[in-house]
Design a protein around this ligand. Structure first.
Ligand code: AMP
Ligand code: MN
Ligand code: MN
Ligand code: MN
Length: 284
């Protein structure tokens, strides 16, 4: 009976709300997920669990299982990565303390990004993003929205390509949470740490192996095998990494915005059946 239920579950274990750079509030996100047939959703905002309370209330109303989550920005060997924490305790004090630190890191980085934009004669960015983010995490997506709103570029993508992406004039390299510490907070809060979108970092296979070795040594338990925009070759490659390193596989759309036609909540390829599903580690 239990097994039957688990097998019919439709998971989406990575998405964003207005508490970071998503455009839907947690309640709107939950309702949209239900409309899309998702039965188990993890809200994984950048560096914050503040949306959990609202999401949990909405999930109760529509009968979705909510898995408490976060997408932590981490540093390892001067490179930046994202680690998703799933089935965490959103109120675990060291984790909450880390999110407060990361909010300061993000504000500090925002000041530096704005200063770099000023050098390009683009003024007013800091006030705009601080106002737009409010109490939420300030992200580069907010800067992209500012650059669109002020007609410096016509799309978010163009904002990244011309100003915000690594190697572009307003890119600021940042020291995030130490990867091993971040994996530890997730594990100690009762959750599982998953390396997010492993192929997006454009690592050589040598570096990927070093990363996965360090991630696993720190207590990491999974990697995202299926993401919102990936083809069969990418799924196979990520799945091979999962099996090679004895990591479980996760599935998550990384949904941010309903205006993006390429990514939808719950619209995901199935997880290959020769990998351990990350939800085997959830205790619900
Ligand atoms: P941040 O964590 O503030 O550096 O912002 C990262 C977010 O910006 C990611 O989660 C994506 O939503 C978005 N992003 C990062 N790089 C790009 C890119 N090259 N093109 C479009 N969006 C991007
Ligand atoms: Mn994002
Ligand atoms: Mn990410
Ligand atoms: Mn994400």
């Amino acid at each position: 009976m239990m097994k039957q239920n688990l097998m019919t579950e439709k998971y989406d274990l990575h998405c964003h709300s207005t508490f970071s750079d998503g455009t839907l509030t947690p309640s709107m996100l939950i309702r949209r997920a239900a409309d899309q047939g998702v039965t188990a959703l993890a809200l994984t905002d950048h560096d914050t669990t503040a949306g959990y309370l609202e999401a949990n209330a909405a999930a109760g109303e529509v009968g979705i299982k909510l898995i408490a989550g976060i997408e932590l920005s981490v540093s390892w060997k001067d490179k930046s990565f994202h680690v998703v924490g799933l089935n965490i305790d959103p109120n675990y004090p060291p984790l909450v303390e880390a999110t407060k630190q990361l909010q300061i890191v993000r504000l500090d980085r925002a000041e530096k990004i704005a200063a770099k934009l000023e050098k390009k004669r683009i003024t007013g960015a800091l006030d705009w993003v601080v106002n737009a983010a409010g109490d939420s995490m300030i992200t580069r997506t907010h800067f992209a929205d500012f650059l669109v709103a002020q007609f410096h570029v016509s799309t978010q993508q163009e904002a990244f390509d011309r100003y915000l992406a690594k190697g572009k004039p307003a890119y600021v390299s940042t020291e995030w949470a130490d990867m091993a510490l971040a994996v530890g907070w997730i594990a100690q809060s009762g959750g599982v740490a998953v390396l997010a979108h492993p192929l997006r970092y454009k690592l050589t296979s040598n570096w990927m192996k070093r990363l996965l070795t360090a991630f696993k040594d720190a207590g990491g338990q999974g990697i995202e095998v299926v993401t919102g925009r990936c083809n069969n070759d990418e799924i196979k490659l990520a799945n091979d990494y999962a099996n090679c390193f004895e990591l479980a596989g996760s599935v998550g759309s990384d949904f941010h915005n309903p205006a993006n036609p390429w990514v939808e909540l719950g619209r995901l390829h199935p997880l290959p059946d020769n990998v351990t599903p990350i939800w085997e580690f959830f205790n619900f």
